[in-house]
Design a protein around this ligand. Sequence first.
Ligand SMILES: Nc1ncnc2c1ncn2[C@@H]1O[C@H](COP(=O)(O)OP(=O)(O)OP(=O)(O)O)[C@@H](O)[C@H]1O
Ligand SMILES: [Mg+2]
Length: 447
Amino acid sequence: MTKIKLLVVDDEKDLLELLVRRFKRKEFVVDSAGNAEDALQLLKKNDYDVAIYDIRLPKMDGITLLKESKRIQPECEVLILTGHGTIDTAIEAMKLGAMDYITKPYNLSELEVMIAKAYENKRLKEKNDSMKTIIAQHNEFTLVGDSPNFKEVLNMTKRIADSDVPVLIEGESGTGKELIAKALHFWSTRAEEPFVPVNSGALPEHLLESELFGHVRGAFTGASQDKKGLVEAAKGGTLFLDEVGEMPLSLQVKLLRFLETGEFRRVGDVRERHIVVRIVAATNRNMEKEVAEGRFREDLYYRLNVVKLMIPALQERKSDLPALIDYFISKTKNPDKKLSATARAALEQYGFPGNVRELGHLIERGVLLSKGNMIEKEDLLLPLDKKEHNVFAEVAANQLCSLEDMEKEHIENALKQMEWNKTKAAEILGISVRNLYRKIEHFQLKE
Ligand SMILES: Nc1ncnc2c1ncn2[C@@H]1O[C@H](COP(=O)(O)OP(=O)(O)OP(=O)(O)O)[C@@H](O)[C@H]1O
Ligand SMILES: [Mg+2]
């Protein structure tokens, strides 16, 4: 059984000693302080489940201590000890986030019940938070495909899901790397714990470090509060480092240390923290090349690459197409639509540079543009079909023209193809219908 970590702060020595002695015998780990300043030092160093503050303390009072404590450790539940005549302050304390108060002189068993309640409360909040993420993630989790190529990846995924070793997922853009990362998580005993994705390429270096490892107040301009990083949010679960090839070199050092020891520091903090998480990384870059060209640390690469999962491009597993097509149609608002034979044949021929994600978009658009119950080849608007994209053919023939001319021609083409249905034309062009009307007027286009 895990012991409840308790912090008791009271300037009355006898009372404090009594409390500590009593609780140490029970299921508690107890730290104590005789004033707020010492208490704050302890709060910065250790995590507590429940803290008990006397409201009257020398120098910094219990209310100020409560505020600071909620800032440093918002999750730690606080109970307030009050004397006579300080009930109003106790109520103020509740407004500031204290869970309850007890008036001196109090009964120790009564206090114990309050502590147990506070602890239960904290655990429920934690459970609730992680349940919310789990439910959201379960809802969007389906893996389709049974080509031998893809099955091999799935089998390997199942086999290594439960182990703790880091996994590196490689694959072209849109092949389903994130989906496989989720499978590694949800098919493991970690499934009830959080799955936390980090996009390693999306943020400038210093922001990424604080995003990952957290920061303390004042660590940099704008850091007005202590903040947990994603590493801590992923505690006991999976940390998914997406686009890991784009991680800045300086941060790679810190990540390596974390991988080796589980240790890290929040930005601006002196305290070492320790966390256990499963690391899954993904990249669409050729990591060996990144290492050879000095953009990625070799030692980190070997640490991440304990097991490698290569997700084949859709082109290399065309037998997955029918199942994927059915799946994507079933997710639209018109799940009963069917794909015509010519449309299907066209998809078989197509190269899918954007892989499964692109297929999903093509189908979604096809369902939207198709008139009857049948999705025709024309509704798919496959990018490589030169005949339908005569703008570009003409541009090539006439050599160069102005952007304005090209825009006019492109819009006119889209309108013709959609038989001047402006909603559909606007959809294809990726602009609003209003905007399309403005353009029609501007270019003086006529049906
Ligand atoms: N096997 C599959 N079954 C069902 N949906 C899939 C499958 N593979 C990919 N998808 C869907 O395709 C889209 C892209 O997948 P995902 O985001 O996992 O790809 P990715 O490899 O991470 O792409 P990127 O490199 O662009 O980040 C998602 O909407 C995902 O749900
Ligand atoms: Mg991705």
